[in-house]
Design a protein around this ligand. Sequence first.
Ligand SMILES: C[S@@+](CC[C@H](N)C(=O)[O-])C[C@H]1O[C@@H](n2cnc3c(N)ncnc32)[C@H](O)[C@@H]1O
Length: 276
Amino acid sequence: MFPYIGGKSSHAKWISPYIPSDISTYVEVFGGAMWLYFQSDKTPVKTNIYNDWNRHLANIFKCSIDTDHHREVLESYICDIGNEDMFNEYRDEIFTIYDGEFHMPDYPLAAKYMLCQLQTFSGNTNFRENSKIYRSPDPKHKFVSYTEKFSKDKFTTKLKQLTVENLDCRDLIHVYDDKDTFFYIDPPYYNMESYYTADAFGHDDHIELLELLKTTKARWALSYYHFDDLEKVLPRDEYLWHEQETFSTNARVSTAKRTELLIMNYRPPSLESLFE
Ligand SMILES: C[S@@+](CC[C@H](N)C(=O)[O-])C[C@H]1O[C@@H](n2cnc3c(N)ncnc32)[C@H](O)[C@@H]1O
């Protein structure tokens, strides 16, 4: 619901039809900005889970559930847009406690994080310890657009139905694994993990996650780009592989055409008629 590296804003439309219709729990294991949940007409369902290992992102979504209070606090920071001193002060405050166990919800902290995040992002990097303020030429600032979302039914209805977790992906899967659960899994892409600050999700973590997915009762859909071990652990003749041509929005990698994968352990609704 805000610009985020690896966010699925431009992919949600083609992924959404693959979400099963008969689920009672929807889980975004690597929540980020949770674009699929907000863009899909298949959600919300009975129980809706946001999770991210980055505690600041979890805090933002935890605050977002109280849409009115979060909006009021965000509005009180609009005056700091473009102020480099305040940007630096908030950035340093955030990174002092980056890996800490601070209490959630913390509304001022969420507002400061978003103010920094939305003044840093310029398409190819994420908010970091050494980020500098980026002054967008857009007539309407991203922080203002973000604040306004908390007055729009499209967002508030879904936000109010969220449960927020701040767990490692493997622990979260163990907690919510059930036959009526659907996991949407959008890990840091293989070899691109360093775009995120809060994690070091390396080769062994990717493989461990894939091995765990082979054991779940739940249905899941996994977004990835191709890498060699992927086919070995999730062979094409055992799992359903969908390949979608997309244009990368990551300026470091160029804007070349790429193939985005969606790998599933179930027969998606969009294909069901073919098997009848
Ligand atoms: C590709 S982004 C997800 C983007 C999201 N689908 C969206 O639409 O914005 C991956 C996310 O995984 C989170 N992450 C990294 N390691 C994690 C872990 N071990 N467990 C849970 N989340 C993790 C990162 O903080 C990052 O927000």
